[in-house]
Design a protein around this ligand. Structure first.
Ligand SMILES: N[C@@H](CCC(=O)N[C@@H](CS)C(=O)NCC(=O)O)C(=O)O
Ligand SMILES: [Fe+2]
Length: 235
C-alpha cells in the first residue's frame, strides 16, 4: 500500500493519499482546492490513478478539491450522507468502499463536529476528520454540531477500535501529525478522566472566533467546491 500525508499550511489541513500498488488505484481524503495541482502531480509521480475522493465532512474553513478532481480525473466523490448533496456516494455507518483489490475502507459515522462527519477505517489506521484530533477534537458550535453526540462518537465508536490503531486527523494546529487510540484515551485533555458533563461544559465555553471562510466554504463544499453559478439577473 502506498500512503502519503500532505499538509495545507493556510488551513492546517491534512490530506491523505492512499494507493493500491498493484493496480495503481488511489483515493485522496480531504483534498484542499488550492492544492489540487500539488496532489495530482504526486498521484502521477507515484504511478497512481485517482479513483476516489473521500471527504470526512462539509468543511467550514477551506474549500474541498473534490469537484475539481472529479472533473479532471472522473473519480468518484464520497462523503457522509446528508452533508454534500454533490457527492456520488452518500455513505452510512458500516458501509465499505473498496479501492483496488486489497484496500477496503469501513465507514464509521462519527457526528458531533458536524452532523455529516464520518471516519474512514483502513486496517490499522483511521482517518477521523475533525471528530478526534491529536490531543483535541473538533469544535461543535456550527453545522448542527453537538458536544454530547461528539462525546459518544469518540468514546463509543472510535475508542472501541484497537488501542494500537493509528489516528490521522483532518487538522492539526500544534505541529502533530498522527496519534493512536491508546494515546488519546490516556492523554486527550478533553476526554481522559473527564465526564460527559465536563466535556459538554468545555465545548460550550470555548468561545472560538468563527472560521474566517465559513460563509463561503460551507455552501461551496455542499457543491463539492464547485460554487453553483449565480442565478440569472432579472430585467
Ligand atoms: N482560525 C481558523 C479556525 C479553524 C477552525 O475553527 N477549525 C475547526 C475545524 S473546521 C476546529 O474544530 N478547530 C478546533 C480548534 O480550533 O480547537 C479559521 O479561521 O479557519
Ligand atoms: Fe471541520
Amino acid at each position: 500500500m502506498i500512503f502519503r500525508q500532505l499538509f495545507d499550511s493556510e488551513s492546517s489541513t491534512y490530506t491523505y493519499l492512499i494507493g493500491d500498488a498493484s493496480t495503481g488505484q488511489a483515493v485522496l481524503i480531504d483534498p484542499v482546492r488550492e492544492q489540487v495541482d500539488r496532489d495530482l502531480k504526486l498521484v502521477g509521480e507515484l504511478g497512481l490513478k485517482l479513483t476516489y475522493v473521500f471527504d470526512t465532512h462539509v468543511h467550514a474553513d477551506h474549500v474541498t478539491a473534490s469537484g475539481l478532481l472529479r472533473e479532471r480525473t472522473r473519480c468518484t466523490v464520497a462523503s457522509g450522507a446528508g452533508g454534500a448533496a454533490c457527492a456520488d456516494l452518500q455513505l452510512h455507518h458500516g458501509d465499505e468502499v473498496r479501492v483496488g483489490p486489497s484496500i477496503f475502507f469501513r465507514v464509521l459515522a462519527t457526528p458531533g463536529h458536524t452532523d455529516d462527519s464520518v471516519s474512514y477505517l483502513l486496517e490499522d489506521r483511521v482517518f477521523t476528520g475533525d471528530a478526534l484530533l491529536v490531543r483535541g477534537n473538533g469544535r461543535t458550535d456550527f453545522q448542527n454540531g453537538s458536544a454530547s453526540q461528539l462525546h459518544d462518537s469518540i468514546t463509543r465508536v472510535l475508542f472501541s477500535l484497537p488501542d494500537e490503531t493509528l489516528v490521522y486527523p483532518a487538522h492539526d494546529y500544534h505541529g502533530h501529525t498522527v496519534t493512536s487510540i491508546a494515546e488519546e484515551k490516556r492523554y486527550n485533555p478533553r476526554l481522559a478522566g473527564q465526564s460527559l458533563e465536563e466535556f459538554i461544559h468545555t465545548m460550550e465555553t470555548l468561545h472560538l472566533p468563527k472560521p474566517q471562510r465559513i460563509d463561503v466554504a460551507v455552501p461551496a463544499n455542499r457543491a463539492c467546491g464547485r460554487t453553483p453559478a449565480p442565478p440569472p439577473q432579472g430585467h
